[in-house]
Design a protein around this ligand. Sequence first.
Ligand SMILES: *Cc1c(COP(=O)(O)O)cnc(C)c1O
Ligand code: SF4
Length: 335
Amino acid sequence: MVHRTEPAWQTPVWQQALSSALTDVDELFEYLQLDKSQLPASIAAAEKFRLRVPRSYADLITKGDPGDPLLLQILPGSEELRKADGFSADPLEELAKHQAAGVIHKYQGRALLIVTGACAINCRYCFRRHYPYAEASAHQGQWQPALEYLHKNKQISEVILSGGDPLALHDGTLSKLVDALQGIPHLKRLRIHSRMPVVLPERVTGELLDLLTRSHLQPVIVLHINHPRELSEAARSSLEVLNAHGVTLLNQSVLLKNINDEPALLARLSETLFSARVIPYYLHMLDRVQGAAHFEVSDARAREIYQQLREMVPGYLLPRLVRDNSETAYKLPIL
Ligand SMILES: *Cc1c(COP(=O)(O)O)cnc(C)c1O
Ligand code: SF4
């Protein structure tokens, strides 16, 4: 289903869904019938990094189950407040790497453009949870330095919109950005890293489809799905529409303790993704960001899981197990 574009005076359905997301911890506990004895810890953790979960995503969580793998991705908890060795605020040392406001050009031929800090969902393990977006993103109206950088660097053929979630930008804003990018002759591909089509399927509007497909830039969306249950019926139909419009769909997951650290589950994730026409791309080792240590899967366990996964799925459904790091100009394979 394509979500129709409302008249200009009307707030789009996806923005209404976004603003009705759950951000109050007390309300979340109520909504999901969770044990209130955990509430104070959650409130304390949410003060450091806000709770945010769309209601449609909350509806996929089993009520009363504190171990639900979807819940664990979004529920603030006391573990986040513990200090852990080797975990820091900016594990990839990204802040030192900006070439122009919001541009991270570390990999050959591809440049990352941080366009917003906003997200539809706040994932507790997010490596940018401490990121100072206000200083380090290219805001609308201030795109000029970033665009000039892209213009000048003729070896860049792919722009990756990142954030935050770039699809948190309104269609009108994105449309202006895509038009500007279109004017850069050496660019061939427009890649968007987004969790929105899955966590807020209403985001796939007719206008979005239009701006993604009207230019010569080949559109790629890299989704972020960690568990097969995240692929709701609504998410699947949004992905179907994107696919039908010629948008290449890839997925990256993060290997997360107690959430998806089982080979059979990852095999099921790959199969489910493919049934929604999404190709598994990366399986990331956790970035060692402060507050996320309890999600970490050891290298030894990760290798074991991956070895078993390899035996369970066809080669084209095996994501690459990688670690991001501040040294190499590519994601480092773990095996
Ligand atoms: C991950 C990343 C990319 C994209 O890498 P691919 O291997 O092309 O998916 C580009 N630039 C930076 C800085 C990255 O961290
Ligand atoms: S940037 Fe991605 S991983 Fe981080 S909170 Fe937003 S949607 Fe989640």
